[in-house]
Design a protein around this ligand. Structure first.
Ligand code: ARG
Length: 397
């Protein structure tokens, strides 16, 4: 019997996909990759088995996700269209890689995913599958059979696929980096985000009124300690998310441009991701040389586009990461974050590698900046414009 390995979430679409593959004569190995989603994996295994999978494998990839993907996202201040920390985009290449590993192990001919044809995740999975395992056939039952959601719900009931989550009108993806929320009432961009869309950020009335602070330490651009306590990155992310979420910080409401050409309205709940990127940027302000600091945001934007667009496994992403790594050599130090209801702000930063030089910056005593140097500098800086206005006339204002 030919084997198919499916990227399995335990949700409605991927459960339907198991059955679809079964009906076409495949033996299905469902792979549920733990990337830090708050999921009961025993329940996921139970659902997958009930849906007909010969085997449901749970792969713990939380640390791999944090150290191999999120650390890179932090160093690159990865925000798609300046706002979205790429919760789903960062997880897909990792999930694809784990699925391919299992496919090789069990001698499968097919890898499959349960994405629809309207989203980015199909792009991310399939590009990754084709790069990592060109010998495997890729099947996308939900997309290629265009099963509408209502029909999928009906099929799930008919096949006895037990699904607690079917009731929700939102479409949700989540992992260690945050939550994504789409569909239902959100499809009208004029409708304000309903409070019931959020679970990782406290509602306004439940936020502590007393502000608090946290200290995040970085080594070469990667967070390594919280309030002086060294932590593995995954654990540090969980803790800062919990703290920021308690203050209701980290909600994003955006209209975004998908790779497939659709504008969509999305909510993101990303308290930890935004707190860490905020802190990381503050430490870069202190430690990156001026030209590097001005050049890097362009690279960051391109990096985010590549990752969002499903090109994680690409030579350009690798090359940009080599650049980003080179910039992070001295991004070591500590940042103070202050939390108050709905906000997280940087209130202090320090580093042994700081380029901030008090003897240059000060207006007090101990000034080492020779102000007489400035006179000639300013004259030469403005020289082309002085010549221009003298010869060709000063512009009207
Ligand atoms: N729009 C976001 C992205 O493309 C979120 C996707 C969420 N995925 C999902 N299967 N619900 O990254």
């Amino acid at each position: 019997m030919a084997r198919a390995v499916l990227a399995y979430s335990g949700g409605l679409d991927t459960s339907v996909a198991i059955h679809w593959l079964l009906e076409r004569g495949y033996e299905v190995v469902a792979v549920a990759v733990d990337v830090g989603q708050r999921e009961d994996f025993e329940e996921v295994v139970r659902r997958g088995t009930a849906a007909g999978a010969a085997e449901v494998r749970v792969v713990d990839a939380v640390d791999r996700f944090a150290d191999g993907f999120l650390a890179r996202a932090i160093k690159a201040n990865g925000l798609y269209e300046g706002k979205y920390p790429m919760v789903s985009a960062l997880a897909r290449p990792l999930i694809a890689d784990e699925v391919v590993r299992v496919a090789r192990e069990v001698g499968a001919e097919v890898v499959a995913h349960g994405c629809t044809g309207k989203g980015n995740d199909q792009v991310r999975f399939e590009v990754a599958f084709r790069v990592l395992a060109p010998e495997l056939r890729v099947l996308a039952p939900i997309r290629d059979d265009a099963i509408p959601r209502e029909k999928a719900v009906a099929l799930a009931a008919e096949w006895g696929i037990p699904l607690a989550a079917v009731a929700s009108s939102y479409s949700i993806d989540e992992n260690l980096w945050g939550r994504t929320i789409e569909c239902g009432p959100l499809e009208d961009p004029w409708v304000a985000p309903p409070e019931d869309a959020f679970v990782r950020t406290a509602p306004p009335e439940a936020r502590p009124s007393e502000p608090t602070e946290a200290r995040v330490a970085f080594e070469r651009g990667v967070p390594v300690a919280l309030d002086g306590v060294a932590l593995p990155l995954a654990e540090l992310i969980r803790r800062i998310e919990e703290l920021a979420g308690r203050y209701g910080f980290g909600r994003v409401d955006m209209i975004e441009n998908r790779r497939v050409g659709i504008k969509s309205r999305e909510l993101y709940e990303v308290p930890g991701a935004l707190a860490l990127i905020t802190a990381h940027r503050a430490l870069e302000d202190l430690t990156l040389e001026r030209e590097v600091a001005h050049f890097k945001p362009g690279v960051e934007q391109r990096w985010a586009e590549l990752v969002y667009d499903g090109l994680w496994f690409s030579p350009l992403r690798l090359a940009l990461d080599a650049f980003v790594d080179a910039t992070q050599e001295h991004v070591t130090g500590e940042v103070r974050l202050a939390f108050s209801p709905g906000s997280c702000t940087v209130v202090g930063r320090r580093s042994e590698r700081s380029l901030y030089d008090l003897s240059l910056a000060t207006y007090g005593s101990g000034d080492a900046f020779d102000q007489s140097d400035a006179r000639g500098f300013v004259r030469l800086w403005g020289l082309p414009l002085s010549v221009w206005s003298a010869k060709q006339g000063a512009p009207g204002s």
